[in-house]
Design a protein around this ligand. Structure first.
Ligand SMILES: NC(=O)c1ccc[n+]([C@@H]2O[C@H](COP(=O)([O-])OP(=O)(O)OC[C@H]3O[C@@H](n4cnc5c(N)ncnc54)[C@H](O)[C@@H]3O)[C@@H](O)[C@H]2O)c1
Length: 435
């Protein structure tokens, strides 16, 4: 099949790479000339395991190409996948300006029946407004479908080739057939439904994942108050097959380009349809509180080791991990940004290290932040070391070496990656969540 993928971001590039790998002819369109030029030179604009290899291979094979012009690609395509961003507005609602502009440009270039499949996460019911936009410009037949995306950054190619499920939200058998045919070589359960149900699956899934994280954090706080050990408690809870271990990890909270914005958008959708999503408001509040709890742990740990009560003035702190999670360089809504800004605000000098995200971090972190070339350099001469992203290389650090390098052996573990007892034996002052 000949396809156009609109938006060369995480979702668009992975979708284009995988559909071309599966034998389709794929054009990928983006409004950013710079991004398209760099993709034509084989340079992927962000870190995602295996993506460069898939793009290089399929570009060379003539199955994948990049352009800024809709007119080059949309008229030849049987299906168009819209993968543009839907970032949050101030009030939590999704900003749909990129979506409407992408749909309008697509509409102007349609020739012959085309399926417009929306992969972007968009509020329930918007297909009606989008249809109105297309009807205004289109000279050919078209149909909308919802094809929500569930990839996880860091394992996006694997997730797209081997998803748990493929949600196909359509209005007609014809659209259903196209999407089923395209996904035929991919494993995973097919859930065929209407467009609104498909959109709700996406929001409800992310909302439940966020709820699990905030639930784990609430239990961690209760463990601290009762003297229980959150590791054991959540192991016991997650071992129930009805519940599972995934996303039941306490720490500085969820971040990234999806969970925070989708939780807020889902609350806004509820409000629009007359439902007060109290549960998700609490999930969001708990997530915000985690940053404050973490900063308080830093203050307490440093106060216990000095006389400088509740001020971090002059304290030198190493922050290990900047990306919102391991295996990505994505800094969108990363907890590290809020944490670092608060530490600087309290007068600390902050040195950071991340295996992938330093370049992106430099674009958004304040100028005073210092950058180390690895985790050992970062902790050298510091009053405390903070774990903010659970990159495996941090849990595998030589802690005897780290202790020698640190000025004070203080660790505040924002992801509970270390064994508390082992660090105590080595003489560290350790603070994690819920233990
Ligand atoms: N990133 C994820 O892990 C993930 C997972 C599932 C779903 N989603 C959803 O998928 C959508 C895309 O997310 P993303 O992370 O890939 O976004 P992104 O910001 O990485 O990429 C969006 C791309 O779209 C381009 N763009 C914007 N307007 C355009 C237009 N009119 N025409 C052509 N290109 C245009 C931008 O230049 C950018 O390159 C969002 O709705 C998001 O919520 C993201």
């Amino acid at each position: 099949m000949t396809l156009t993928v609109i938006g060369a971001g995480y979702v668009g590039l992975v979708t284009a790479a995988v559909f071309s790998e599966l034998g389709n002819k794929v054009y990928c369109v983006d409004i950013s000339k710079e991004r398209i030029e760099s993709l034509r030179r084989g340079k992927v604009p962000f870190f995602e395991p295996y993506l460069t290899e898939y793009i290089t291979k399929n570009t060379k094979a003539g199955k994948l190409s990049f352009t800024t012009k809709y007119s080059d690609t949309v008229p030849r395509s049987q299906a168009v996948f819209i993968c543009v961003g839907t970032p949050p507005k101030e009030n939590g609602e999704a900003d749909l300006s990129y979506l409407f502009s992408a749909v309008e440009e697509t509409a102007k270039n349609l020739s012959g029946y085309t399926l417009i499949a929306i992969k972007s996460t968009i509020p329930i019911g918007f297909e009606d407004d989008l249809e109105g936009t297309v009807k205004k410009y289109a000279k050919a037949k078209f149909e909308f479908a919802a094809s929500p995306e569930f990839l996880r950054e860091g394992s996006a190619i694997e997730d797209t080739l081997h998803p748990d499920r493929i949600i196909i939200g359509t209005k007609s058998k014809k659209a259903q057939k196209i999407l089923l045919e395209l996904h035929a070589p991919i494993s995973g359960e097919r859930i065929i439904c209407d467009i609104r149900s498909a959109q709700l699956v996406k929001y409800a899934s992310n909302a439940l994942l966020a709820t699990k994280v905030s639930f784990a954090n609430a239990i961690a706080t209760l463990c601290e108050k009762t003297g229980a050990d959150v590791e054991k408690v959540l192991k016991g809870v997650g071992s129930d097959r009805r519940i599972g271990h995934a996303f039941l990890q306490p720490g500085v909270g969820y971040g990234g380009s999806c969970l925070p914005k989708d939780v807020l958008a889902f609350i806004a959708i509820g409000k629009h349809f007359g439902y007060d999503f109290q549960l998700l408001r609490a999930v969001d509040q708990i997530n915000q509180d985690q940053i404050e709890l973490f900063i308080n742990k830093v203050k307490r740990a440093l106060n216990a080791a000095s006389k400088n009560a509740y001020s971090l003035k002059g304290k030198r702190i190493a922050v290990l991990g900047l990306a919102f999670k391991p295996s990505t360089d994505d800094m969108r809504d990363a907890p590290s940004v809020k944490i670092i800004n608060q530490l600087l605000g309290l007068g600390a000098q902050v040195t950071v290290y991340d295996p992938q995200a330093i370049q992106n971090a430099k674009k958004i972190l304040p100028k005073e932040v210092l950058y180390a070339k690895d985790e050992y350099q970062a902790v050298g001469g510091k009053d405390a070391m903070l774990i903010v992203t659970e990159w495996p290389q941090f849990s595998q650090m030589d802690m005897t070496r780290a202790k020698k390098l640190l000025k004070r052996p203080i660790i505040i573990d924002g992801r509970n990656i270390f064994k508390k007892e082992k660090l105590k034996e080595l003489g560290f002052v350790y603070s994690g969540f819920g233990r």
